[in-house]
Design a protein around this ligand. Structure first.
Ligand code: ATP
Ligand code: MG
Length: 799
């Protein structure tokens, strides 16, 4: 209606424009990768704000990662400025935590609840399985946690499950008991697991209509990105939020809260919020977590009169990359055929590479990255994807040797390190004294002589007195334990109580005059805990070399809390704990970091890079071994491959190895079945220099072999006759990084010198850059080509 700024619509194609301008009740945008779904969602938000149709507080936008949320906020900010503040742009999980922190008291939790990550839930389940000797019924921690998670994603609880259970099946009775104890333990600990965050919010809305009405009234526009990956619980949450509010309840909410009367319909009800969802069923990759493509298919049924808009132009990738993506995905049945096109042009061919081993593959990648960097592509515009975290080992080893700056997103993250989890558990114990898991974790960290027997005694006392483990700690004097250990326990408990007293402001605290005691800052809370328990001091005094690194990590955590306090001057301990428990894999991403990004294919969703490496495109990895037996497994893995391909803007590399190290063995690998689905003329195949003279050909022999139905052929023999020095799969990776035996620090090298390398043979140094431990030599080898070597650890000598 003319309220739109031209800038908002500039450059959009007609379908995108229609999606931005649409003003009906519900809108579904289905479109392939890179067609501007996320861009359109962002512009819709900007449009609503700019035309004053909505206040920022009336908008709820759901993204898949916090990283995507931050990016979207930034993009909205660019378009409408400070109005973006106060808007809820978040993941499902963050939005639910915000709601639960405000409302959990309605159903027996306190707002200081703990969020159990998957490691925490597994630890809890492990105890329960042991108590019940459930392994006799075939239960493992994984199987039980998988089943519980699946049920929760279906919004089932113990009661509803029990109603349909078959009580003549002992395994089922056992499972029911596991589920019941698990649920009880969580609520006793004042804790939610990850699935609960969504499920309990839905429960809250269903059980407390006035609470639900508050949020329904507030959020007038709900927008969901990556809709194809929502599961039933998330879908129900959206459904709950978009329902109209009955006139009587609307009146109650508005008069109780002293709120302005909102627009009502002719019957006096507050109409349901407008809903926009965008998704691509070809990118649905979370079925194993309960995501349900039917959500897209059934959208039109559940939200009648919704408008559907298709986008077909891709703005991200070259035609060659798109052709490959289209060809691969067309092998999935049960999908609407859609073809993406682009104006960008054909671009380079996709490069395929076959190495002897994972190391060989990694070396190829390192070399190509170096070449592209020389051509002016920044490291941050390149990414390497893999199916499983284990594949990073070879990549990291070569990247370190080649002095390439890189970051691994997800995987063993900072917050998954044991010492960080310990320090975090101290913070949790202070925030939520009901949580026994955190307490158990730190009871003997640093070592204070509280062993498993003492822990059991404390727990039994707590059970007998129907109280918490923390109470047992306070009353350790009554347990009849030895005087030394009793003293230690009491000391431990009083440290926690002392620090806990500083977490909230004192009653006489007056923020206007600054009198009384304000709530302690998160960093001060952490520092107090670390000092009183001698946490870092003990690590520093240890003779284990690793403990020094651990001490540094804990200090890094202190720095994180300081940074947090700087960015959130009013941020509380709970805010900090919430933030930490919700960082997703892709959130480590920092675009300004100037490093190559390494991540799993799952993490790559929604992202885009100038150059992309898809590694380990082999049977058993992609499709993954575990998916083979699952119904729909191979089709889902194909979608994962499709997601990977479509992340690339200009350059795409697909690589595999003939042998791959796994579980301490070196196995012969087979090319992935998906490779033959890419038309041969789109790929230019290369192979290791050492392999080139064994046989020519444009694609790996094994792929040829696949095409004519036979297998790898003589590859086993070939693998057995690898050149000397390869493969190095059995190198102890940890040793190599932490205590490198070789140290060439003193080796003087300069351009023009000739060197010999154990693997690459002789070559000439063309340049030396960097200093000290970071000195890098660029070397032109006679047969192996140009390489970058980290001089300190390179197996080289001058000749
Ligand atoms: P995915 O399915 O991978 O999440 P998407 O559909 O969300 O992809 P976007 O990330 O929104 O796609 O857009 C892909 C790229 O195309 C982005 O770099 C975006 O800036 C660009 N783009 C989108 N629409 C246009 C347009 N009309 N003109 C130019 N560039 C565009
Ligand atoms: Mg997107």
């Amino acid at each position: 209606d003319g309220a739109f700024d031209d800038a908002l619509l500039r450059g959009l194609n007609p379908q995108q424009r229609e999606a931005v301008e649409f003003r009906g009740q519900s809108l579904l945008i289905v479109a392939g990768a890179g067609s501007g779904k996320t861009s359109v969602l962002t512009r819709r938000i900007a449009g609503l704000l700019q035309s004053r149709e909505a206040f920022p507080s009336q908008i709820l936008a759901i993204t898949f990662t916090n990283k995507a949320a931050a990016e979207m906020r930034e993009r909205v900010h660019q378009i409408v400025g400070n109005e973006a503040e106060g808007m809820w742009i978040s993941t499902f999980h963050s939005a639910c935590v915000r709601i639960l922190r405000r409302e959990a008291e309605h159903f027996g939790f306190t707002k200081s609840f703990t969020i159990y990550d998957s490691a925490d839930s597994r630890a809890l389940l492990k105890r329960i399985l042991k108590e019940l000797e459930a392994d006799q019924y075939g239960f493992t921690v994984s199987s039980a946690s998988g089943k519980i998670s699946k049920l929760k994603n279906e919004l089932q609880d113990v009661e509803s499950y029990a109603r349909g259970a078959n009580f003549s099946d002992p395994a089922e009775v056992m499972f029911l008991e596991i589920f019941r104890r698990y649920t009880q333990a969580l609520s006793k600990a004042n804790a939610f697991d990850f699935d609960d965050l969504i499920g309990q919010t839905v429960y809250l809305f269903r059980a407390f209509p006035v609470v639900a009405a508050h949020y329904r009234r507030r959020f007038r526009h709900i927008l969901v990105d990556e809709y194809q990956d929502t599961n039933h619980a998330q879908y129900s949450l959206i459904h709950e939020l978009t329902r109209p509010v009955r006139p009587d309840i609307a009146d109650e909410v508005e008069s109780a809260g002293g709120l302005v009367k909102t627009k009502r319909d002719s019957l006096g009800a507050i109409p349901g919020a407008s809903l926009t969802v965008v998704g691509d069923s070809d990118q649905s990759i979370y079925a194993f977590r309960g995501a349900d493509i039917r959500n897209i298919v059934e959208f039109e049924r559940d939200f009648p009169n919704s408008k559907v808009i298709l986008l077909e132009q891709n703005y991200r990738s070259t035609q060659n990359i798109l052709d490959a993506a289209n060809a691969v995905i067309s092998n999935n049945f049960d999908r609407k055929d859609k073809k993406l096109f682009t104006d960008i042009g054909k671009g380079n061919k996709i490069v395929g590479f076959t190495g002897y081993s994972g190391h060989d593959e990694a070396q190829f990648i390192a070399d190509e990255i170096t070449k592209m960097h020389d051509e002016g592509i920044a490291y941050k515009d390149m990414a390497v994807f893999y199916r499983t975290n284990a594949q990073t080992r070879a990549l990291e080893e070569i990247f370190i040797r080649s002095a390439l700056p890189y970051r691994v997103l997800g995987g063993t993250k900072f917050y998954e390190r044991a010492e960080i989890k310990d320090a975090m558990a101290y913070l949790i114990a202070v925030a939520n004294p009901s949580d026994p898991l955190a307490l158990r974790r730190i009871m003997n960290v640093p070592k204070r002589g509280i062993g498993p027997a003492t822990e059991t005694a404390l727990q039994s006392w707590a059970d007998a007195h129907d109280t918490s483990l923390r109470d047992a700690v306070r009353n350790a004097g009554e347990l009849g334990l030895g005087p030394k250990v009793t003293g230690e326990i009491l000391e431990f408990g009083s440290i926690l109580d002392e620090v806990m007293a500083t977490v909230t402001a004192s009653d006489d605290w007056d923020p206007t005059t600054g009198t009384g005691r304000a709530a302690a800052k998160v960093s001060d809370i952490l520092i107090a805990l670390l000092e009183k328990t001698k946490f870092v001091e003990t690590l520093r005094a240890s003779r284990d070399a690793q403990d020094e690194a651990r001490a540094e990590n804990v200090e890094e955590l202190v720095a994180v809390t300081k940074e947090f306090q700087k960015n959130n001057p009013d941020g509380t301990l709970l805010d900090f704990l919430t933030e930490v428990s919700l960082v997703a894999a892709a959130d480590d991403l920092d675009d300004s970091s100037g490093t190559v990004s390494l991540m799993t294919l799952h993490t790559a969703k929604g992202l885009e890079y100038e150059a992309v490496f898809l590694t380990g495109v082999e049977e058993d990895l992609l499709p993954h071994r575990m998916s083979a037996g699952e119904p729909g497994g191979p089709a889902e893995e194909r979608r994962l491959f499709y997601v990977g391909i479509t992340r690339a803007r200009q350059r795409l590399f697909i690589s595999l190895a003939m042998t791959r190290a796994a579980y301490g063995n070196v196995n012969v690998a087979m090319p992935s079945r998906y490779l033959q689905e890419i038309p041969a003329d789109l790929i230019e195949w290369r192979q290791s220099p050492g392999m080139a003279n064994s046989r020519g050909g444009t694609e790996p022999r094994a792929l040829n072999a696949r095409r004519d139905g036979s297998a790898w052929g003589s590859s086993l023999r070939e693998a057995a006759a690898l050149p000397p020095g390869k493969p190095k799969e059995k190198t102890q990776w940890a040793n190599m990084v932490t205590n490198v035996v070789r140290d060439n620090s003193a080796l003087e090298l300069s351009a023009g010198d000739r060197i010999r390398h154990t693997d690459f043979g002789e070559g000439r140094v063309t340049a030396v850059t960097g200093e000290g431990a970071k000195r890098v030599a660029e070397v032109q080898f006679e047969t192996a080509g140009r390489k970058r070597l980290l001089i300190k650890i390179a197996p080289i000598e001058k000749v």
